[in-house]
Design a protein around this ligand. Sequence first.
Ligand code: ATR
Length: 282
Amino acid sequence: MNSSKPDQYAVIGNPISHSQSPRIHSIFAVQTGQNLEYQAILAEPGHFSTTVNAFRENRGRGLNVTVPFKQEAWIYADLLSTRAERARAVNTLVFQEDGVAFGENTDGIGLVKDIKDNHNLELAGQRILLLGAGGAARGILQPLLNESPARLVIANRTPAKALELALMFTDLGSVTGCGLDELAGQRFDVIINATAAGLSDSVPALPDGVLASDGWCYDLMYGDEPTAFVSWARQQGAARWLDGLGMLVEQAAESFSLWRGIRPDTQLVIATLRNVAGRGSV
Ligand code: ATR
């Protein structure tokens, strides 16, 4: 092992070439004066642990984990934060000096930080509609409920999955699950899209009037062009419509501070990426 080599970090996923994480973390490293290298690693399905082990042997100190490996990273971790434990998904691995692989999920913290700190919006006391009941929705549920919304409804194309997910979080607040067609006649102050519908430029089928008159919308996806859900929000007369670029940068900053003990400034990075981000989700 070359002892002069900087500490190694990476994002692991499949596909991975579109990932903005190497760019984000390189800017963070320069900004905070940290001597590290950050790369993107493509892992083949079924080779997550072997790829991670090889990375650790080559001075790997931490990983970001993205689609489709967040659940595998959850299994891989020796120790989990309570947040990651609940999410059943890990997006950040820390390889500690004592050999322990610590797993955290910074997606939800990143989302809440973007909403509150970057956009000065409130979640406390709000009626929140969360669209989708897959891994993305599950990963953000605990941080959302920690903000004490008046209520949180998970609505999904397949209603049973929404009901099941809601049941796992009822001890943390007022959370229920339902199908999309059960939303008729209901009103929400905040609608968060955590479905994969945007990948096919579509929007979950929502009844008109589901967004309250001064309500706002957040899409976990981001893109050069407004996402399909952001366009829907504008058509519905939303007071604000936000995409997931800020969340992407904030979750990265949380990972970086876990690894290096210093939190970078995110504003400049969000502004830089806004023009060159391409399309994706965290
Ligand atoms: P992820 O990890 O991104 O959450 P996932 O676990 O496959 O991916 O979950 C995808 C979510 O998007 C699901 O809630 C899915 O609904 P179903 O459970 O009914 O499959 C939702 N989804 C995907 N395409 C959709 C569409 N066109 N309209 C509405 N919901 C959609």
